[in-house]
Design a protein around this ligand. Structure first.
Ligand SMILES: CC(C)(COP(=O)(O)OP(=O)(O)OC[C@H]1O[C@@H](n2cnc3c(N)ncnc32)[C@H](O)[C@@H]1OP(=O)(O)O)[C@@H](O)C(=O)NCCC(=O)NCCS
Length: 187
């Protein structure tokens, strides 16, 4: 229950040892380059415990990602309600956060595709969005590989980032049920 499978990956619920991995992930400056700051120790631990409980309650949320061959935590994929109000909410969003050692392999796109399939087939959502700081091009490329589309009229200021901060301007990408999932299977 709660595990999604793709060709190379398993998206699974949380275990005790994942908490420490999440703490390391959020303390990594490369991973957090497009967030206002890295997040340290106890705060990340609280977040991970909350994400774990939400996943246990709902059967989705933030999944831990591992490869089929290796049980190690390589990152996480999210499907959740957008946790703030904006012109495009209420909405469900997908997101991703991987250790740099797992970048450049197509894992984020592959994992996100599994989460999108869950969103459309199991939750029967009509649309899923994704958002990131405007110049997080690596993350935007994932959205584009997923067949998501960007309309500049959706661009917004992320209310969770301080006013005037260079990371406050965000882009929004959207994908509707039935669209995008078969496009660009290749990276
Ligand atoms: C955003 C993030 C998940 C993107 O990771 P990524 O590895 O670049 O994305 P993908 O998994 O889609 O991989 C695509 C890359 O793998 C390569 N690749 C190699 N083998 C592949 C395969 N079998 N299938 C698909 N792509 C493959 C692609 O060519 C592409 O590389 P390129 O971008 O250099 O051209 C990652 O940079 C990250 O975790 N960043 C920190 C957290 C973050 O910013 N999250 C988003 C905040 S909103």
């Amino acid at each position: 229950m709660g595990t999604l499978e793709s060709e190379r990956l398993l998206l699974r619920p949380w275990r005790d040892e994942d908490i420490e991995a999440w703490v390391a992930l959020c303390a990594d400056a490369r991973v957090m380059e497009f967030f206002p700051a890295t997040v340290e120790g106890a705060e990340s631990e609280r977040t991970a415990n909350r994400l774990r409980l939400l996943h246990e309650r709902d059967g989705y949320g933030w999944w831990v990602v591992r490869t089929r061959e290796d049980p190690a935590f390589i990152g996480a994929i999210a499907l959740q309600r957008v946790p703030f109000e904006a012109a495009f909410t209420p909405a469900f969003e997908i997101g991703w956060r991987f250790f740099p050692s797992a970048w450049g392999k197509g894992y984020a796109t592959e994992g996100a595709r599994a989460a999108l399939t869950f969103a459309f087939d199991r939750l029967e959502l009509e649309e899923v969005v994704a958002m990131t700081a405007t110049f997080n091009h690596r993350s935007r490329r994932v959205m584009e590989r997923l067949g998501m589309t960007h309309d500049a009229r959706d661009d917004f200021e992320n209310p969770r980032v301080e006013i005037g901060h260079r990371l406050r301007p965000h882009v929004l990408y959207r994908v509707k049920r039935g669209a995008g999932r078969t496009s660009s299977e290749a990276p």
